[in-house]
Ligand binder design. Structure first.
Ligand SMILES: Cc1ncc(COP(=O)(O)O)c(C=O)c1O
Length: 340
């Protein structure tokens, strides 16, 4: 008998919902095993796993989208696979092959297809691949064994309100060190962000903005998303720094801005005391999609961009084009869509 699930898609936030299957593969004696789907959502690992003590672990986040004609597709999963390989190299874990990563994501989506939200519901199926160091080990050194796994959960908007502007405050804390692990998607970066996030939320902001760790003058990240601004002369500008996570959404938006909206695009320094150059601003990422930034509080003053309540016209156009591509309403650039 087919399983019936009772989820109100339009009410979903960004929370864990246990789905039926996840993919798991083990690395031992220098190689990955063939991998399998399992219904067990618990891991049984050594108490001496490096992932638990030394943060030797990384993860990814991508989404499956339902198209108008009911098909399911992934957005640039090969980019997440490649970024996970970059993260693995940075913290000395074995890379999981790109084709196998994409195939594992497809297997998980197919096996959990009833959890892929309907077209037009505003919800999507979020996939969380992760790779962790496990096995018996005590000293600070790479683990003897590793696990690669992918699970999924249906999600709604990451920031409450979805495509409504929200305000951010600038944090005094750093997310990453100048030559640290900021460009890798490793858990340690996120553990360190929990307290600044909590402080920002308690003060009434959606999240906090991190400045560059060396000089505290340039914008780096907007919580767990990248920053973009639209200049008064209609350029798409986004920060460039070796300690920012290279957002797949951001690089996609740069191409969308250039090729679909005919805008000039710049990846360069964005100074926190020169926000006046922007008519609009936003946060972008897989989870955040495009979240318009109403204002940024810095040194006790709130700088409002377009409006604290309305979405600017360029941000809106970028959002519609990106989402249109992701759900298959707008033709994607070559290689961006992987059918499931
Ligand atoms: C710190 C950080 N920055 C930016 C992003 C956005 O990256 P992407 O567009 O690849 O999801 C994420 C989410 O993955 C993130 O965690």
């Amino acid at each position: 008998m087919e399983k019936i699930i009772d989820i109100e898609w339009s009410k979903l936030g960004f929370s864990y919902i246990k789905t039926d299957y996840r993919y798991i593969s083990y690395w031992k004696d220098g190689k990955w095993d063939e991998g399998t789907l399992t219904q067990d959502n618990r891991l049984h690992i050594s108490e001496a796993s490096t992932a638990l003590h030394y943060g030797q672990q990384c993860f990814e986040g991508l989404k499956a989208y339902r198209t108008k004609d009911g098909k399911v597709q992934l957005f640039r999963p090969d980019r997440n696979a490649a970024r996970m390989q970059d993260s693995c190299r940075r913290i000395m874990m074995p890379e999981f092959p790109i084709e196998r990563f994409v195939d594992a994501c497809k297997q998980v989506v197919k096996a959990n297809e009833i959890y892929v939200p309907p077209y037009g519901s505003g919800a999507t199926l979020y996939l969380r691949p992760f790779l962790i160091g496990v096995g018996d080990n005590l000293g600070v050194r790479p683990a003897p064994e590793f696990i690669f796994s992918v699970f999924c959960s249906p999600v709604g908007p990451y920031f409450k309100g979805g495509m409504k502007p929200v305000n951010f405050s600038v944090s005094d804390y750093d997310r990453a060190a100048p030559y640290g692990t900021g460009a890798a998607k490793v858990g340690g970066n996120y553990a360190g962000s929990l307290m600044p996030h909590e402080m920002a939320v308690k003060s009434g902001f959606a999240d906090c903005i991190y400045l560059d760790p060396a000089t505290h003058t340039k914008i780096e990240e907007v919580g767990a998303a990248n920053f973009f601004g639209i200049t008064k002369d209609n350029k798409f500008v986004t920060p460039k720094s070796p300690s920012i996570l290279p957002s797949i959404t951001k690089y996609s938006l740069m191409q969308v801005a250039k090729d679909y909206l005919g805008m000039e695009v710049e990846e360069r320094d964005v100074y926190i005391d020169k926000l006046d150059e922007f008519a609009e601003a936003g946060a972008c990422g897989t989870a955040a999609v495009i979240t318009p930034i109403g204002g940024i509080e810095y040194k006790g003053k709130l700088h409002v961009f377009y409006s604290e309540t309305e979405v600017g016209p360029v941000t809106k156009k970028l959002y519609e084009t990106l989402c249109g591509i992701q759900v298959g309403d707008i033709t994607a650039p070559e290689g961006w869509i992987a059918g499931v």
